[in-house]
Design a binder for this molecule. Sequence first.
Ligand SMILES: Cc1ncc(COP(=O)(O)O)c(C=O)c1O
Length: 369
Amino acid sequence: MTETPQHAFHGGASFDAIGSDFGDLARRSTIVDADVLDAWYEPAPAVLATLREHLPWLVKTSPPTHGDGLRAAIAARHGLSPGHVILGGGTSALMYLAFPRLVRRDDTVAVLDPMYSEYRHLFEHVLGARVVGCELEEARGFRPDPAAIAAKVAASGASLLVLVNPNSPTGSCLDGAGLRALLAAVPAGVRVWIDETYVDFVPEVPTAEALVAGDRRVIVAKSMSKFFALSGLRIGYLCADPALVAALEPWNPPWSAGLLAQCAAMRALQNYAWYRERAAETRVLRAELAAAIGAVPGLVPFPGVANFVLFATERLPAGELVARCRAHGVYLRDCGSLSPRFGARYVRTAVKDRAGNARIAAALAAASA
Ligand SMILES: Cc1ncc(COP(=O)(O)O)c(C=O)c1O
């Protein structure tokens, strides 16, 4: 009998090399942690300056209990009210806050396949729901097809659709028109959770946050981990209909977002233009990395719009390729755990800075030789 896993599998194996006892943090500079999708750049200078200047106070002081200032600032960016926003210690915490109150055992939930695997794990293994995968076709570069997704949702009787846009690990994306087409085609009464962890990397795709003011079905999950380079602090938020926010907020513990996190998030939002410049650089670095991967015989990168590259491995099984790269201190993600449809054929790498990308390309070339 196979045991139900307690947790979804994630990247982060690089902490095996660094040491999760943090005994020698200098070890972090010896490896390339491209198995997780953390930003290759540091937080904006204004963020770091504030944290450095006030660090002891920020560490020892209780934060605003429910993050009212940050909620108001987030809401104001897209014409929402603070009552549209729930704050938490990362969107992961908010998923575990919201879904037990939205999904009952034996409900049907639709997700994209492949997609970030925490959702399927939570629905299937923690909440006991039935999960239906809306299969994205490899031949279409895994691009989501609004009509096909809506048809699958309707046929399955799902009460909730979850999509990650841009999707991970594929890097494919619905643009504004595609998202509107999907929302128009999904049966009325089906909630649509849009995870926008990577959307800010794509200037031509607007965030769906403003949509929650006019469509009560829509819930937008915004991690501030990746684009704002705040993964270690744990901060994220949901935008949703105020009635839903009011129903969920009583379950949100006091101080669920720490003071360092609230303060850094506020400064980061104030410096959005600086981060957009990093997104433009990321696009260039991504193109260079994808070209370098494509130059290695047997590796085929997929087009994508975010800070990572999905590539097929045609000669070596993904696990073998990842293990060989690890011997070079380069940590990549074998995508087998993200969807059974991937088999042993897909690997994902984060985009790093130029030096990091050169190490990734060199490790892949050596591993494939
Ligand atoms: C698509 C997606 N959603 C959510 C998360 C979790 O983000 P957070 O750090 O806000 O918990 C991740 C993290 O990798 C992710 O890739």
